[in-house]
Every structure is written in structure tokens, then in C-alpha cells.
Design a protein around this ligand. Structure first.
Ligand code: GRF
Length: 218
């Protein structure tokens, strides 16, 4: 059975589009059941053209962050997702959403370096030689949740924010497609901050019957 995924975007949605393309293959294991945004994001058009339901929960329509988060959580709930993916969604999600769903975010830097909305600019200004992208589960902090996967990108001497971000987005897309597919197909476990693909092993036995006894030592 295919995992149901709701994708949240704020901008061009190139990462969401890559997920849509991947999900066209039934073997991918995930179906994009809806794309949501906090504004009339240009990427919504792409989803609509692909026949995927879209919704907008505009921040400005709500009295405060809590009300907006609660409204967003309710819109997401309509699609009964197994997983929510924040792919270029430029709002901080509150407990109303992250307490209810497993949410994956992608961030254009190697966390915990350069969290926040200006990761590419900050990495360039700091003068790092290597940066990259991170896929992580979202908790209530800003880019602080458990890391699922990371990829590196070298900073070239003549890079500006646009050129560096473009190269990061190229590898970020591949990583996101890979991570969402694996989470959907294999499941995951989370222990402390360590994310592992794969479902938890079935208990092999009990104290009375430890399960490892062979014919000889039984
Ligand atoms: C990505 O670099 C993502 O990491 C960041 O915003 C960008 C979104 O790009 N949070 P797009 O909307 O998927 O093209």
C-alpha cells in the first residue's frame, strides 16, 4: 500500500515537483495526496496541472500563530496523510501540526550549521568551503529536529547566493525523493535523535522463550 503524503510549499515548489514525478511510479511507495501552502505559491499551479488537490491556509487570515497552525492541521487532516513534507515551506510549524504528524523538512545547509531562513547567505558570509542540504524530522524548534539524511556541496570561489542555492537545490531534490521513498517503503525508527530506516524488529521471544534456543540447547 502506498503511503499518503501531504506536501507543504511557499514558493516555486521544485522539490515538490520532483516528488510528484517520483510518485508517478507505483513502485515508489508514496502518493502525493495534496499540496498545501501558506499563500498563493507559484508551485501550486504545478500541482493543479498534475491533478493533485491543493489548499491555501493563509497566515494573514488568522488571529495568531496558534489559530493558523490549528487551521493548517485541520486542512492536512482532510487528506489523512501518513507523512507531511515541508518542501520550501517558509513558516514555523507549531505543536498543533508537529504533535499530530510526522513532518519531514529540507533545509539548504548542513544542520546544525546555519539554521533559519537565510541558510545559504549565512554559509556564504561565514566563508565555509563545504555546505549542503539536510532532511530532518520537524520538532517545535527552528531546524532542530532529528537528522534523517545530509548531502554535501562544495562552495566555489565565485559563488553568490543564487548560484550556490541552485547547486544545493539540485542535490537536495535527489535526497528528498530518496528519503521520502525510503520512509514510505521501509518505515523508520527514532531513538533519541537517531533515525534509522526500517520497521522495528518483531520481538524475537520472551523471557520464558527467548527465541534464540536451538534444538541442541533447548
Ligand atoms: C529549498 O532550498 C529548501 O531547502 C528551502 O527552500 C527551497 C525551496 O525550493 N527551505 P523550492 O520551492 O522547492 O523550489
Amino acid at each position: 500500500m502506498s503511503a499518503r503524503v501531504v506536501v507543504l510549499i511557499s514558493g516555486t515548489g521544485s522539490n515538490m515537483a520532483a516528488l510528484l514525478d517520483a510518485a508517478a511510479d507505483p513502485g515508489y511507495g508514496a502518493t502525493i495526496v495534496a499540496v498545501g501552502a501558506d499563500r498563493e505559491a507559484p508551485g501550486l499551479l504545478h500541482a493543479r496541472r498534475a491533478g493533485v488537490p491543493t489548499f491555501v491556509t493563509a497566515f494573514a487570515d488568522y488571529a495568531d500563530r496558534g489559530e493558523w497552525n490549528a487551521a493548517l492541521a485541520d486542512r492536512i487532516a482532510e487528506y489523512e496523510p501518513d507523512l507531511v513534507v515541508s518542501a520550501g515551506f517558509m513558516r514555523i510549524l507549531g505543536p498543533e501540526v508537529v504533535g499530530r504528524y510526522a513532518v519531514v523538512n529540507i533545509h539548504p545547509a548542513l544542520l546544525p550549521a546555519f539554521p533559519g531562513a537565510h541558510a545559504v547567505r549565512d554559509a556564504l558570509a561565514y566563508g565555509v568551503r563545504v555546505t549542503g542540504a539536510t532532511a530532518h524530522f520537524v520538532d517545535e524548534g527552528v531546524d532542530t529536529g532529528p537528522v534523517i539524511e545530509q548531502v554535501t556541496v562544495r562552495v566555489e570561489p565565485d559563488d553568490d547566493v543564487a548560484s550556490l542555492h541552485e547547486r544545493i537545490k539540485t542535490v537536495e531534490r535527489g535526497m528528498l525523493v530518496d528519503v521520502v521513498g525510503r520512509l514510505a517503503r521501509e518505515g523508520w525508527t527514532l531513538q533519541d535523535r537517531n533515525v534509522r530506516f526500517g520497521r522495528p524488529a518483531e520481538p524475537r521471544g520472551s523471557i520464558e522463550d527467548p527465541g534464540y534456543a536451538t534444538e541442541e540447547n533447548r
